[in-house]
Design a protein around this ligand. Sequence first.
Ligand code: G3P
Ligand code: CA
Length: 324
Amino acid sequence: MKFLSLTAFAVLVLGCSTPKQTVSGTPDPTTGNAKPIPGKIKDNFDKEGHRGCRGLMPENTIPAMLKALELGVTTLEMDVSFTRDMKAILSHEPFFNHEITTKPDGSFVTEAEERNLNIYRMDYAEVLKYDIGMKPHPRFPRQQKMPAVKPLLADVIDSAEAYASEHHLAKPHYNIETKSEAFTDNVYHPGPEVFVDAMMAVILSRKISDRVIIQSFDVRTLQYMHQKFPGVKTALLIEDFDKKAIELQLQILGFTPTIYSPDYKLVNQELVEKCHAKNMLLVPYTVNDVKKINELKAMGVDGIITDYPDLFEKPVKVKIQNSK
Ligand code: G3P
Ligand code: CA
């Protein structure tokens, strides 16, 4: 961006209270949803709470989502997995992660046993016997401890919508990740088409699809989304070790998603400008440092995904270095 060609001091104020406006446009005939307008970048910065607010509350739980809303996020980021009885629930892994899980007998899940606690092989009634809020988190010491279970996606949406209404907040947006990989199809989760159809059934039943982004590292689920639900926004997730050119990544995907969402360590000025030139928003993950948030914002990213949405509330002065 032009102002970065000079060394300058900038005062960056985050946490503005203006409700986010995502890209919008005319209704799509298939879904009735708003399609992105080519060339239009959304008006306001998108403050996204990662797994709700993992730094502050147990991840991917209803309390984490409500706390994130209280802190002023515009979008709730979350991960979807499936149970054997095909309930869409929030879970980053399709099994009970040893870092966060207490078993029904009160002991902690060990790393050796976690992958055998396969959620896709359990009915939801069984899943509810495991606690994911009480074990102290080794990497998030500020996380509040409380009894918590893996919630139904439907209940998360209902709770967030009710909270927003009760507190006179703007309706939240939902950045929902399909947690699937080709080599674990039908072992840890359904195949991409069944996965997406079952997840979208919940989203459509709640009539929030115009406020939903479906994100994934698994291009198969995005490709199916694009084909079956073309009016719903999509985000391509990029791992930090993925060194392919953006053009190749998009060629593999086969279409231009609404959002390009890389690990924040991959973001530089050139990437921001490339995304915007391709009519994509750029929303990096997972940024937990206020100085880095402000640097990325100065580069022109369209949003930030963080475990600590309370960081958005802290306006600070940062020195913008000349990157050229
Ligand atoms: O939103 C992107 C981010 O959530 C992807 O990383 O592993 O935390 O799901 P992960
Ligand atoms: Ca995620």
